[in-house]
Design a protein around this ligand. Structure first.
Ligand SMILES: [Zn+2]
Ligand SMILES: [Zn+2]
Length: 152
């Protein structure tokens, strides 16, 4: 006997819902997460296999994931398991969207981590599309120079 009747899978819905915080727009996974930030859940059974929480949630709430499809996060929140924010897509589409998401997040930043504006003279555009804060770059160059002087 395999599949849904396997021991362990009977408890899967309960174990899944115990870890879901559905109070917000994104349903945050409060259980264990993979190093990439995706929710993970034990699928049950003897081998102790782990599955992605958002995939388990999709199968519980929507149905089987079509063969070869990845579940894409439209909200770019990898810990989210809200099926409204998910869509099964071909892997190539998922990769493309991840790049868009990263680019969009970067473009949305208006200040460097130190709070200097990414604007005017302070904005240094790098060749490969990145942006650098001139104030921070000057500070780190000065600090490096100072260190060299002190060491001499
Ligand atoms: Zn979400
Ligand atoms: Zn800065």
């Amino acid at each position: 006997m395999k599949g849904t009747s396997a021991p362990g899978n009977a408890t899967l819905p309960a174990r899944f819902w115990a870890k879901v915080d559905a109070s917000g727009d994104c349903w945050e996974w409060s259980g264990a997460k993979s190093s990439a930030g995706y929710g993970v859940i034990g699928l049950g059974g003897k081998n102790g296999a782990l599955g992605h929480a958002h995939r388990v949630g999709w199968e519980l709430l929507v149905g089987p994931i079509p063969e070869g499809r990845e579940i894409d996060h439209l909200c770019f929140n990898r810990a989210c398991v809200n099926p409204d924010h998910l869509e099964p897509v071909a892997p190539a589409v998922n990769k493309r969207r991840q790049r868009w998401g990263a680019a969009r997040q970067l473009a949305a930043r208006t200040h460097c981590p130190q709070g200097h504006p990414y604007a005017g003279d302070n904005l240094v555009l790098r060749k490969r599309g990145g942006r650098t804060c001139r104030a921070c770059r000057n500070t780190s160059t000065r600090a490096a120079k100072l260190k060299r002087q002190q060491a001499a």
